[in-house]
Structures are given as structure tokens and as C-alpha cells.
Design a protein around this ligand. Structure first.
Ligand code: A3D
Length: 320
């Protein structure tokens, strides 16, 4: 059986890391597309030359031509610009919306059956626009944010409790931005919910609140340290986890920016919700009941996403 084909649209910091991880995990052959001539070709060759030491079998190539992504099983989109210090994700909207148009059309024309994972920011609006421009089925176009946000939350919690990250599970809902909603009561250490751990005296509510705020600011913390761009190792790992769930029909339960059509009381918006990813893409959205306080935080986050989608429609009236 032929190896799966993975197209990476954007060969920058995240794109290069995605290609390296896909090769190391032997998820399939990788084609990197980027408008910057030489960048995808150079990264593909460099990664291919690590193959003899790593011992992986995966073909790597770079291109400026959409025809070369033909028949891709998975497309991961990072094309666009990333944040610099002092910028919010929303500042990227105007530039990246134009990029989503060319990318959406390029994927639809050449790889219409692919599972498409968008990473470009501002995420919840860009994945919505990418889906609109591509016209592809909603269950096959999804945004990566929740896996990363919950990984950050899990990492900080493991430091606080002094336990393995593997035994910490965390739940983050809502838009990928300052209004994201980390859900403490569904986040656990080996199944013990965080509020119980506070009652048991393992941590304090103040410490937990600080961890939740650090999770919300997780992207900005790294932008502030790097100064020249934004996070790329953990974002790439998160998207690879989603791609693998699709390619191997793993039925993983992962928080993703998925198209809600009735779920969570939303009609026609992409927002971070718990999903099941398998061979049909987003196979299910798990529509959990929120408490009054959680619902208020979720509504606030959804309103921020709605504002960004409205701005997209104003910039490009073909989306209205
Ligand atoms: P960067 O290293 O700048 O790579 C972006 C690449 O896109 C560059 O190589 C560009 O040449 C290329 N590009 C620009 N326009 C086009 C186009 N029209 N077609 C094809 N390629 C194009 O950025 P990065 O890899 O660090 O980040 C990529 C995106 O991911 C940015 O928008 C970030 O804000 C976003 N991001 C999202 C998350 C989430 O959790 C959602 C996390 C981190 C970064």
C-alpha cells in the first residue's frame, strides 16, 4: 500500500518542525509548499538527509506549485505571518485572510479529499475562512489550538503537583486567545479533579488561578522570550497528534476548533470544543453541559470569535 501523503502549506518555523516530526514518526511522504522560493526545498532536503541516521522511510520535497500537493491525505496549514512582541493574534487578521483565500482555493483544486488542519492565527476566524474559501466539508476542516492550550495547562499543572505530565489531563474550551476557557472541574491528576485537589490541600485556589492565567498567556510568554516569532515546537507536535488520529483512525478525543452547527448552542462558528477524530475527520463533537460561570466565560470567548468572523466579512465581502 502506498504511503499516505502529507502536504504542509507554509514551510516556516512550524512547517519545518511538522515535516521533521512527520518523518520521524513515518506518518507518510511529505510535500512542503511555500511562496518563499528555496525554503521548502531546502528544509525538505535537510530533513531527508537526516533519514540515514534516524532510519525513517519517507520522501520529502518542497515546491511553489499547488499541483504537487495533488491527492494529499492531510494538509496542515501554517501559511501567513506570525506574531512579534506587542502584537495580538488578532493583529494578523487582514494579512492572513488573503493567505487563506489562496490556500483554500489551492487545496480545494488539488486535494479535495484531504483532512485539513489549520494553525494560522487568529485561529478560529482563519479556520472558518479557510473552510469558506475551500468549500470543503466542515468535518474535514479543523483548527489546531485546544491540543496545544491543554498541553500547556498540563505542563504547568505537572510542575505544580510534581507528577508526570502523562498523568495530568486537562480540558480547555473556547476560542484560541486571551478568552480561552480552561475547565478546572474536567482537568485531573490521574482522574482526581482539580477542585478536589484544592480541597485536599495539594494546591491552593490562588495557585490554580495563576496557572490558568499562565495558560491563557502561554503563547505571549513564548513570543516575549523569542522576540522574533512565536512558538513552534509544541504547536507542531499538537497538529501531528491530530493528523495521526485521522490517518490511523484512532478515534482520539481531542479539543479542536470544530464547526459547531447546533452544538454548544452555536450555529455556523468554529470554536474550541471536545471532538472525536478518526478516519471521517471530526466524527463527533462532545456537547458537554456547562455550569453558569463556565457558560459565561464560554459566551465571552465565542463573542470574541464572532467579532473576528464579522471583521473577515467586512474585509472580504465574498464571505458575507
Ligand atoms: P513563519 O515561520 O513566519 O512561517 C510562515 C510561512 O508562511 C513562511 O515561510 C511564509 O513564507 C509562508 N507564507 C506566507 N504567505 C504564504 C502563502 N500565501 N502561501 C504559502 N505560504 C505562505 O510562522 P510560524 O510557522 O511560526 O507560524 C505560522 C502561523 O501559525 C502564524 O500565523 C502563527 O500565528 C500561527 N500559530 C498558531 C498557533 C496556534 O496554536 C493556533 C501557535 C503558534 C503559531
Amino acid at each position: 500500500m502506498a504511503r499516505p501523503k502529507i502536504a504542509l502549506i507554509g514551510a516556516g518555523q512550524i512547517g519545518g518542525t511538522l515535516a521533521h516530526l512527520a518523518a520521524l514518526k513515518e506518518l507518510g511522504d511529505v510535500v512542503m509548499f511555500d511562496i518563499a522560493e528555496g525554503t521548502p526545498e531546502g528544509k525538505a532536503l535537510d530533513i531527508a538527509e537526516s533519514g540515514p541516521s534516524e532510519g525513517f522511510d519517507a520522501a520529502m520535497s518542497g515546491t511553489q506549485s499547488y499541483e504537487d500537493i495533488a491527492g494529499a491525505d492531510v494538509c496542515i496549514v501554517t501559511a501567513g505571518v506570525a506574531r512579534k512582541p506587542g502584537m495580538s493574534r488578532d493583529d494578523l487578521l487582514g494579512i492572513n485572510l488573503k493567505v487563506m483565500k489562496s490556500v483554500g482555493e489551492g487545496i480545494a483544486a488539488n486535494a479535495p479529499d484531504a483532512f485539513v488542519i489549520c494553525i494560522t492565527n487568529p485561529l478560529d476566524a482563519m479556520v472558518w475562512a479557510l473552510r469558506e474559501f475551500s468549500g470543503m466539508p466542515h468535518n474535514k476542516v479543523v483548527g489546531m489550538a485546544g491540543v496545544l492550550d491543554s498541553a500547556r495547562f498540563r505542563h504547568f499543572l505537572s510542575l505544580e503537583f510534581g507528577v508526570s505530565m502523562r498523568d495530568v489531563s486537562a480540558f480547555v474550551l473556547g476560542g484560541h486567545g486571551d478568552t480561552m476557557v480552561p475547565l478546572a472541574r474536567y482537568s485531573t491528576v490521574a482522574g482526581i479533579p482539580l477542585p478536589d485537589l484544592v480541597s485536599m490541600g495539594w494546591t491552593t485556589q490562588e495557585k490554580l488561578d495563576a496557572i490558568i492565567q499562565r495558560t491563557r498567556d502561554g503563547g505571549a510568554e513564548i513570543v516575549g522570550l523569542l522576540k522574533t516569532g512565536s512558538a513552534f515546537y509544541a504547536p507542531a507536535t499538537s497538529a501531528i497528534e491530530m493528523a495521526e488520529a485521522y490517518l490511523k483512525d484512532q478515534k482520539r478525543v481531542l479539543p479542536c476548533a470544530a464547526y459547531c452547527d447546533g452544538e454548544f448552542g452555536l450555529n455556523g462558528f468554529y470554536v474550541g470544543v471536545p471532538t472525536v477524530i478518526g478516519a471521517d475527520g471530526i466524527e463527533k463533537i462532545i456537547d458537554i453541559k456547562l455550569t453558569k460561570d463556565e457558560q459565561a466565560m464560554f459566551d465571552n470567548s465565542v463573542n470574541a470569535v464572532k467579532g473576528l468572523v464579522k471583521a473577515c466579512k467586512e474585509i472580504d465581502p465574498s464571505l458575507a
